[in-house]
Ligand binder design. Sequence first.
Ligand code: ACO
Length: 272
Amino acid sequence: MMSTADTVAFDVIDGIAWVRFNRPDKRNCMSPTLNRRMMEVLDELEFRDDVGVLVLSGEGTAWSAGMDLKEYFRETEAKGLGATRQAQRESYGWWRRLRWYQKPTIAMVNGWCFGGGYGPLYSCDLAIAAEEAKFGLSEINWGILPGGGATKVVVDLIPMRDAMYHAMTGEAIDGKKAAEWRLVNEAVPLAQLKDRVTEIAKVLLEKNPVALKATKDAVRRVKEMTYDNAEDFLVRAQEAANSYDNDGRKEGIRQFIDEKSYKPGLGAYKRG
Ligand code: ACO
């Protein structure tokens, strides 16, 4: 399935939903129209049986040049407070939706990633960048603070001194530096980016999907918990996962202990 005459393009191939910001002539900056469309696309894909992993990338030279300064800021603000709040809800809404998405998600950062782009970047479970990509909190360069969660994103992901420097200078960093700072998992040359992301997506597609969703949520949830709260939460989260799939883990044990057909330390069990 393909749709390009739109602010968001996507197609589903071999279990992977390739979703793309699709305003390449505007460097994929996020307008209210794009934000509304992205929520619809996420809705459409989330529970489809043929989607096991979602990859978010951008058409053209950008991943996303952040919020659309004309349509999201200037034109929306001109309509008053209600319009501003609505536009914020639409963008924050799909980022939040993506943070807790049913399927594992990978940000494939192919190019420019600025400001508001850090919202969806953080929302994706994993992030793989092109070495050539450029990341920046450019807000300070045009006179605002990094809002829409961007300040929280850098403080959560990178060390304080780097976060402060990044936010105050507005200097862009490349994909290699972003990987060094742990803003992304890794950076590879642009020419290898899609292959590398496909490889990671295939690893995820082999896993038990109930366990994957439980795992990705657990990693985000326990970050804000004490050790004791986390211990308790994880017991309950596993028991809740068992109510959707109580056989997978038993089969995983059986194939290792009885059948000796795989080693859990080295890869996933075969799902029926
Ligand atoms: N908002 C509105 N329009 C934008 C944005 C944006 N964030 N980014 C790019 N565009 C538009 C340009 O105005 C231009 O439009 P035009 O063709 O009608 O003149 C078109 O996209 C192409 O942009 P260029 O600047 O010509 O592209 P170039 O490849 O030379 O530069 C770059 C790319 C570096 C990304 C540059 O466009 C840029 O600095 N964009 C703004 C980045 C930014 O600071 N975003 C906001 C972050 S803060 C926040 O999100 C809250």
